[in-house]
Design a protein around this ligand. Sequence first.
Ligand code: UDP
Length: 313
Amino acid sequence: MKAKSAVVTGGAGFLGSHLCDKLISEGMRVICLDNLLTGRVENIQHLIPNENFQFIKFDVTNYIHVPGKVDYVLHFASPASPIDYLKYPIQTLKVGSLGTHKVLGLAKEKNATFLLASTSEVYGDPLIHPQSEEYWGNVNPVGPRGVYDEAKRFAEALTMAYHRYHGLDTRIVRIFNTYGTRMRIDDGRALPAFISQALHGDDITVFGDGSQTRSFCYVGDLIDGIFKLLLSNEVMPVNIGNPNEITIEEFALEVIRLTNSKSKIVHQELPVDDPKVRQPDISRAREILGWEPKVSREEGLKRTLEYFKKSQK
Ligand code: UDP
């Protein structure tokens, strides 16, 4: 049988590159499209010699032509850390709207299965806790985070329209906070910021009083869940994340302990519309995919710390 082919947009990013690795390891041929706005060639350098892998520097808000058969199209292109999407608000809105339209068009042309990387940000600053897929969310469309949240909400709506109107086979994964190797140390997220500050002995910048919560999933677990979703026949959105919730203050202390750092915590202003709580309800993923995360935060943080130490040398 001929190998399956996949197109991964944003394939040179943190999650996209891990996804390319997974698809290649499952025997697929992978075409990676990325305009390198926030992605990096070094994330996929090891795949470039592989004859089943092809990288094309490309902005997916433009018409996409890919020759030959394509079985899967996975849309992961987007700035994704708050600092990145505040720096590139228009690009974020464009890739979530125009980009999703073009990538869905490619999937339709190839009669491929389409998977959208959506986000827990569709729940905004949630009034329901933990967040299950039935919750419609609490998003401020005109706040600074709206550029990402609304782009992803639009992308979900467009995906469902292609499914309902064109009969396209689609999947939507709502990704909760994820960490691990290939995160950019300067992407502004709490985890790389805290690790970098702890390693340099700088103050650890906790925003607000640190009582806001997040639930961090190790990248390997996340990718396993996404792959299972891709091979399932579930069209409705599925949360993938780790339900183990922690306050940001406690998380900062955990990083200080892990790194044996002398850094002190300082408090800075809380960004506008920063969600106060976040924890995925993963009942659907458990039931439908038989998936749940396996890597503890302690183990995941150790692996990530090693990566940051090496990449700083
Ligand atoms: N945060 C922080 N210090 C930092 C970066 C982030 O206290 O240097 C907080 C941020 O305000 C949020 C949480 O940590 O409450 C997680 O932020 P992150 O940027 O990692 O992602 P988010 O979950 O907000 O998308």
